[in-house]
Design a protein around this ligand. Sequence first.
Ligand code: ZN
Length: 273
Amino acid sequence: MSKMIITCAVTGAETTKKDNPNLPVTPEEIAASAYDAFLAGASIIHLHVRDQEGKPTQDIETFKKAMSLIRKRCDVVIEVTTGGAVGMTPEERLQPVKLEPEMASLDCGTVNFGDEYIVNTIPTMKEFASQMKAHNVRPTLECFDLSHVYASHVLIKEGLVEPPFHYGLVLNVPGGVRYDVETLDFFVRRLPEGSFWTVMGIGGRASLLSHFGALSLGGFMRVGFEDNIYYSKGVLAESNAQLVERAVRLTQEAGHEIANPTDVRKLLKLRGA
Ligand code: ZN
């Protein structure tokens, strides 16, 4: 197994300070939390930003600010979201790719999202993949459903995404596929040969269990307030770093090393490598 890559999704689009007062919201708070997560062992930061009212935004200037504040502190790999938030237009969502981050998420299909839904048609996905290719941004092919894995094959077949492929398997979104290790295994077996993957279990229990799934099946882990605000049942996490620290401990107990940003750049052939 290669070294364990830990991604930290520090903010996301859904969580509020009411849910967990430790949530970073302003670019300054996000950068400070990202730096702490990096010091704890995260090598990729999955980045969302918020406007002055704390609402999700894909505003390019806000992304620029957060990215430069993170960059000032450390050389962690930055993966911007192009999922954005429910109800945003594709054009809106795609904006931060223009900043040429090393990585970006690319949602591979439509899915229930609680009472709402995330829409990604094949033409939207193709447009996102071409823009990422044009800007030399490595996509994380986010799959919330098995059909999304097959939809990603369309992008690959058309040459819009090139190897090495990195998948983000997002399980346990309300209204989507539940997390269990058998389901994760089923997904993993259907990825193109040689693909790398990171599993994201949404919610406290699924998030923790997904770390064991990653260790068992040879994938990477994602932690952070976007996916889960708890440390344990009913106990709010104190920080993103606290969740990274636990992922690091589990990985080391299992006898694996933790990847640093240089390892990630080499493995996923990022532009910074
Ligand atoms: Zn996200």
